[in-house]
Each structure stands twice: as C-alpha cells, then as structure tokens.
Design a binder for this molecule. Structure first.
Ligand code: IPM
Ligand code: MG
Length: 348
C-alpha cells in the first residue's frame, strides 16, 4: 500500500516527520512511502502549488498524509498560485468531499481548554464537513460596480446531489456513534442553506434511528461554547465547517490536537491536522505533532483497514499525555521531537 507524504509549508515538515516515526515504529508490513511537493514549497521549487507530479502521486496513492500549506511569502501571488490551492485542488481532483473532524477531550487536557472544566470534559463530537462545494469553489472574481467601486465576489452554491452525499455521511457517522445528527446551516438567510435543509430532511427518511436536528450557524457557534456536550455529529457545508472546526479545537484545549480525514467514494483519503502551517513558529521545534500523529491513526483506520494499529496510536497519544507530555500550545516546554519521543515511548 502506497502512502503519499506531503509535508508542505511552515511546521508541516516537522510534524509529518514525527507522524512518520510513529508509523515506522508500528512496523506494518507492505507500507511504502513517496514524498511530494505541495503548497508554497512546491511553488518555490517548481512554480506551482500542486505540480502534476504531486497530483499524479496523490491519485496513485492509497492514502495521503498531509502536513500544512500556507506561506506569507506567497500571499500576494495570483490566487491560483497560492499554497492553499494545493489542498483545495487535491480535495477537488480526487473527489475528497467528506471531511471528518473529531473533537474529543483527553481528560488530562481539560484544563487546557478555554472552557470551564465541566463544560470541556463533556466534548465528544464529530464535525462532518463537505469539502467539494460551497463558496470555496463557486465563481469568484473582482469587478467594478457601475459607480466604479472595486467589488469582490464569491458565489455560494450547493446542488442537491452534493448535499445528499454529505448528508448520508453524516447520518451514517451518527448511526455508528450516539445516533444524534445536527445539521448546521443559515436557512433563515441563504437559499443554499434552504436547499441544504430540505435535502437533509429528505435523506433522514432513510435513517429513522437517527435523531435529526437543525441549527443556524450563529447559534451553533454559541452552543459550541455554551454546551458542547449536546453535540454528537454535526453535518455542515464547507465554509461553516471550516470555522466551527477551528472553534471546536480550542474548546478541547488546543488546535494542535485535532486530526482529520477527508474521504472520497472509494475510501481513498487525505489525512491532515486541522491546523495550518503556523509560519510564526516554523523551524523552531515548537509545533505540537499530535494532531498529525492522530491523523496517521485515522489513515490506518479509514483507508488502510488497520483498526488495531489505529487503536495503538490513539492509546499511545493518550498515554503520552497522561505521562505528562506537553508541547508549548499545551502549556509545556517539550519540543516537536520530544513529543514524538513521548509517543514512541508510550507505544513500546
Ligand atoms: C482547513 C484549512 C483550509 C480550508 C485552507 C488551508 C485552505 O483552513 O483545512 O480547515 O479552508 O479548508
Ligand atoms: Mg480551516
């Protein structure tokens, strides 16, 4: 089985290196790795954030382990050359539409959360975020108004097939967990969201065992802080899911802890921490590699069919934390490599 490693920009190479050490320590037969250039690193080397060789490797691979993209040096490039286009291009080209972002509190970290201990301790939720549509992929541009003012625009849309597909993912995930699905939209204002809500209700007929509720995104943002324990699975669109998943990460303690999987119809997946490239701390050994290590665990579970090995990674992360491993974002002083060491020690 072929795993594509795409470290990318900023802290990406440091955190992917630690996840690779953990995978190596599991000594799984038959895994091969190939590394590819993505993001600003690819732009600087070959002039494009998602070069053809990278896309080809991604398509051949059984799974992709991705670090992060984003580089301030590239912020004034034309949009199609910016680092972020690498992840957006991979999601689109490979049909990776179902982005799973679990957020659960490790008991040892409840005090790192911005929320009160008893509120944070109750968090065990999964955000199912659509990643092939929405305002991310609509027509966009700059134009002039009739009065000559500059105007930027980005068209938001979803078709019913896109909503149906992600709704099924949400219901199935809820069925495999506590049986509660909350669909988040802005149907009081947006037509896109009205269609979203109508289609989610249609799909719910196939899942009488799942309790469906609907919430406007502004209320969902508030409820995530007020009483996040009420959520089991949240299904939502690309933009709302982007925002709510960053918010959920601080509710559980640190954005350095949240892993994600993005799957297509054939369970090929891209695995990445939900955080970005953190250029302010890149190269300093300050990044927390645990979100990437946990993403590697999700990769073993969802794309490679190795649930026992995935369990081992999750248990090792929990043990490392219980034994006191703390990177800077968790209020400690351990370096990226030392955090990797701690996971390896816990695995052994
Ligand atoms: C994420 C990131 C990306 C997104 C960026 C890097 C394009 O924020 O995966 O959440 O907006 O989807
Ligand atoms: Mg994001």
């Amino acid at each position: 089985m072929l795993i594509a490693l795409f470290p990318g920009d900023g802290i990406g190479p440091e955190i992917v290196a630690q996840a690779k050490r953990v995978l190596d320590a599991l000594a799984i037969d038959g895994l091969t790795y190939e590394e590819g250039l993505v993001g600003g690193a690819a732009y600087k080397a070959v002039g494009h954030p998602l070069p053809p060789a990278t896309l080809d490797l991604a398509k051949r691979a059984d799974a992709i382990l991705f670090g992060a993209v984003g580089d301030p040096d590239c912020d004034s490039l034309e949009r199609h050359l910016r680092p972020e286009q690498a992840i957006l291009g991979l999601r689109k080209e490979l049909g990776l539409f179902s982005n799973l972002r679990p957020a659960k509190v490790f008991p040892e970290l409840a005090d790192a959360s911005a929320l009160k201990h008893e509120v944070a301790s109750a968090i065990d939720l999964l955000i199912v975020r659509e990643t092939n549509g929405d305002v991310y992929f609509g027509e966009k541009g700059m134009r002039k108004t009739p009065e000559g003012l500059r105007e930027g625009y980005d068209i938001m849309s979803y078709n019913e097939e896109q909503v149906r597909k992600i709704a099924h993912q949400g219901f199935q995930a809820a069925r495999a967990r506590r049986g509660k699905l909350c669909s988040v939209d802005k149907a009081n204002v947006l037509e896109t969201s009205q269609l979203w809500r109508d289609v989610v209700i249609e799909v719910s007929a196939d899942y009488p065992d799942v309790a469906l509720s609907h919430m406007y995104v502004d209320n969902a943002a508030m409820q995530l802080v007020r009483n996040p324990g009420q959520f089991d699975v949240i299904v939502t669109g690309n933009m709302f899911g982007d925002i709510l998943s960053d918010q959920a990460s601080m509710c559980v303690g640190s954005i350095g802890m949240l892993a994600s999987a993005t799957l297509n119809d054939s369970n090929q997946g891209l695995y990445e921490p939900i955080h970005g490239s953190a250029p302010d701390i890149a190269g300093q050994g300050k990044a927390n590699p645990l979100a990437t290590v946990l993403s590697a665990g999700m990769m073993l579970r969802y794309s490679l069919g190795l649930p026992e090995q995935a369990d081992r990674i999750e248990a090792a992360v929990a043990k490392a934390l219980a034994d006191g491993a703390r990177s800077f974002d968790l209020g400690g002083t351990m370096s990226t490599v030392e955090m990797g060491d701690a996971v390896l020690a816990a695995l052994a």
